[in-house]
Ligand binder design. Structure first.
Ligand SMILES: *Cc1c(COP(=O)(O)O)cnc(C)c1O
Length: 397
């Protein structure tokens, strides 16, 4: 299909294979594409919902209507596919939930799914409500226990293993390569919610996963001003085509303005992830042994149960998310969150501003989240300020 915006800059020198630039270089320049009309180094925002038909009734541009496809959305998808090493490409959706639920919607009645016991709460709730109505059985298991995963898989019937690593809000780590091996041996696909890892730390498709999903609302956009989701695929097979068809016919594509904002954010993703992960690592270290904290949950800590696997499958850091458990329990945790002045008391994660959240009150009574837990999303403020603010709040100041 003709895609006039897909032409990369002609590589200087040889006209053969383009040089293998680092992902950081490619992201910074949004793959080096230029607007063919103006030679602008930023792609234009395409807002048209419909496109002229050729006299012969064809669509030579490849575009006909904006629900299935949009040129600005494609630009951001190309950058995401590059970041994830996704041979099938990437599909942007109107939210992380729209991306995730598309995968489950593509299953058939009678199929079986294995998902984490502790995972993004909104998706677990959706699975519990919607899967039984479609006669799809879901088993929720502790995904840091691969023996439990192996026991839960029903060869031939399990069609999807869904993991999330590091997993929200305990930041438990699942061995992606091993989960892929177990899923594939039983004829199932492996999908990874990689929101908390970002494509900078982990590329699940290169570790054997079939699909990777992100809430692009989080660190991919990173400025708390876009709701978006993405799927990236390892293989352009019939299942991947079905996901594209579900997005197109169900109408879940991301809007062009959101795609444009996301694209602008992706240019700085490597820098933001590095800074935010370095901040989270330092906070985790400094809060260990704090008199008001019983546990620091962060896979970057050498004594964290997930550290060995995380060190194997994560590059350049262990993410920007950590949780602390407040020694004096739930009301002390809520009071701590009430006292912060720099941290923002709000849900969500991955933005440049640091957020603190008493997670159990968001998830409700069925939640596996400990009631004394505060979830911390590290932004780009000075780490010393973040530490001092939360330290004072913990001590009641
Ligand atoms: C936020 C989030 C989602 C859902 O994404 P939305 O963009 O809010 O729909 C899914 N998984 C994880 C890990 C998340 O943090």
């Amino acid at each position: 299909m003709a895609d006039p915006l897909s032409e990369p800059n002609a590589p200087t020198g040889s006209s053969d294979a383009p040089p293998a630039f680092a992902k950081r270089s490619l992201a910074a320049q949004a793959l080096g594409r230029v607007d063919p009309v103006t030679r602008g180094v930023v792609a234009p925002l395409h807002v048209a919902t419909t496109f002229l038909r050729d006299p012969d009734n064809g669509y030579s541009s490849g575009f006909s209507y904006a629900r299935p496809d949009n040129a600005t959305v494609r630009e951001a998808e190309a950058v995401l596919a590059m970041l994830e090493d996704a041979a099938a490409g990437a599909l942007l959706f109107g939210s992380g939930m729209a991306a995730a639920t598309a995968v489950f919607t593509a299953l058939e009645p009678g199929d079986h799914v294995v998902a984490p016991r502790v995972m993004y709460w909104g998706l677990k709730r959706w699975l519990s409500a919607e899967m039984p109505r479609r006669r799809i059985a879901v088993d929720f298991v502790d995904m840091d226990d691969l023996a439990a995963l192996a026991r839960a898989i029903r060869p031939g019937t399990t069609k999807l293993v869904w993991i999330e690593t590091p997993g929200n809000p305990l930041w438990t780590v699942t061995d992606i390569a091993e989960a892929a091996r177990l899923a594939h041996a039983a004829g199932a696909r492996l999908a990874v919610d990689s929101t908390a890892a970002s494509p900078i730390h982990t590329r699940p498709l290169t570790l054997g996963a079939d699909l990777v999903m992100h809430s692009a609302t989080k660190i991919l956009n990173g400025h708390s001003d876009v709701v978006a989701g993405v799927l990236a695929g390892a293989t352009p097979d019939a299942f991947w085509e079905r996901l594209a068809a579900i997005r197109s016919s169900g109408g879940a594509i991301l809007g062009p303005f959101e795609a444009y904002l996301l694209m602008r954010s992706l240019r700085t993703l490597p820098l933001r992830v590095a800074a935010q992960a370095a901040g989270a690592a330092e906070l985790a270290r400094r809060f260990q042994g704090h008199p008001c904290i019983s546990h620091v949950l962060y896979p970057g800590l050498p004594d964290d149960p997930g550290h060995a696997v995380a060190a194997r499958q994560m590059e350049g850091g262990f993410g920007f998310m950590l949780s602390i458990r407040v020694r004096d329990g739930e009301s002390a945790a809520i009071a701590t969150a009430a006292r912060v002045r720099l941290w923002k008391r709000a849900t969500s994660l991955g933005g440049v501003e640091s957020l603190i959240e008493h997670r159990a009150s968001v998830e409700g009574p069925d939640s596996p989240c400990p009631p004394d837990l505060l979830r911390l999303s590290t932004g780009i403020e000075a780490v010393q300020d973040l530490f001092a603010d939360l330290d004072a709040a913990l001590r009641g100041a």
